[in-house]
Design a binder for this molecule. Structure first.
Ligand code: NAD
Length: 319
């Protein structure tokens, strides 16, 4: 396919029709994002079953075509969302999945790019930062068109916990989790604000009673969230599906939204040649720009440490 070929601007392919892939299709469908969604899975029957189930709700949503396909159906998709691969078991970290999922990606990415070299690749499978980096290398696509869901989910968990603690709607609470979508993630408290006001100014006029300890508790709860959910129900899929649908909407609607997707860093805070999350502007071309905002020195140090954790893993990959 030539890079000039036009993709269908409303077509989305989802590789992996498991919990995350199928729920993402559902979130896209009920939010009216995209008009064609193809589900591709090594387990074709699973993809077929999910597509049938989703289609049976089509009279309740905006017109959308949902079907099970194979890699050739990637051919004119604007965005290809990758959710295939092994998931965490209880007590397993995301980085424990590296070996299994890298092998799957080595097989999968060339099959996608054979049919479409002009799309945006959005990686969701874990460990998402490492797999985004690998997808970038294996596809040969420009960095603007390959990124991961990164800490978009963690930032939403952060906002939701702050919303509960401050008794303020989550959409009026702004905050970002940066760094690895994993154990070394960093809460950027200095970028957090409520109703446009920094926490330093907001907290003294807030009627809730929380302390610096509560902030540490919230950051810890964000870090432990996936482990707690996996312990209870085996996997997480609703919030990541909503996070992924928000990323897709930002692209399809050319929104210039700021989201903490995982993208190739090229010197931001001195970090390079690794994919990690920072607040990033997203539009129909994919990554528009990464924002290097004013972090506190300890947040910056923690971010650099997060990068070092991933660089350690990445240098042992046999690409
Ligand atoms: P799942 O086991 O329910 O689904 C995975 C699907 O991938 C299965 O249907 C399987 O058949 C398919 N698959 C495996 N190898 C394939 C291949 N080579 N080609 C096509 N399909 C293949 O798992 P899940 O709960 O949907 O999780 C999927 C991934 O998403 C995991 O890596 C999980 O850790 C990750 N995840 C990421 C986030 C995030 O924030 N980034 C959040 C939750 C889960």
């Amino acid at each position: 396919m030539s890079p000039q070929q036009n993709n269908n601007p409303n077509k989305i392919a989802i590789i992996g029709a498991g919990g995350v892939g199928a729920t993402t299709a559902y979130a896209l469908m009920i939010k009216g994002i995209g008009s064609e969604i193809v589900l591709i899975d090594i387990n074709k029957q699973k993809a077929e079953g999910e597509a049938m189930d989703l289609n049976h709700g089509s009279s309740f949503v905006n017109p959308v075509k949902v079907y099970a396909g194979d890699y050739s159906d990637c051919k004119d998709a604007k965005i290809i969302i990758i959710t295939a691969g092994a998931k965490q078991k209880p007590n397993e970290s995301r980085l424990d999945l590296v070996a299994k999922n890298v092998e799957i990606f080595k097989e999968m990415i060339p099959q996608i790019t054979e049919y479409n070299d002009n799309c945006i690749l959005l990686v969701v499978s874990n460990p998402v930062d490492i797999l985004t980096y690998i997808t970038l290398k294996l596809s040969g696509f420009p960095k603007e068109r390959v990124f991961g869901s990164g800490t978009v989910l963690d930032s939403s968990r952060f906002r939701s916990l702050l919303s509960e603690s401050c008794n303020i709607a989550a959409n009026n609470v702004h905050g970002y989790i940066i760094g690895e979508h994993g154990d070394s993630k960093v809460a950027a408290w200095s970028l957090t604000n409520i109703a446009g006001t920094s926490l330093d100014d907001y907290c003294p006029v807030c009627e809730e009673t929380c302390t610096r300890d509560s902030q540490e508790q919230i950051a810890k709860q964000v870090k432990d969230a996936a482990y707690k959910i996996i312990e209870r129900k085996g996997s997480t899929f609703y919030a990541i599906a909503l996070a992924t649908s928000k990323i897709v909407r930002s692209i399809l609607r050319d929104e210039n939204s700021v989201l903490t997707v995982s993208t190739l860093l090229q010197g931001e805070y001195g970090v390079e040649d690794i994919c990690l999350s920072l607040p990033t502007v997203l539009n129909s071309s994919g990554i528009d720009r990464v924002l290097t905002l004013n972090l506190e020195p300890e947040e910056r140090d923690a971010f650099v440490k997060s990068a070092e954790t991933l660089q350690e893993v990445s240098k042992n990959l046999n690409l």
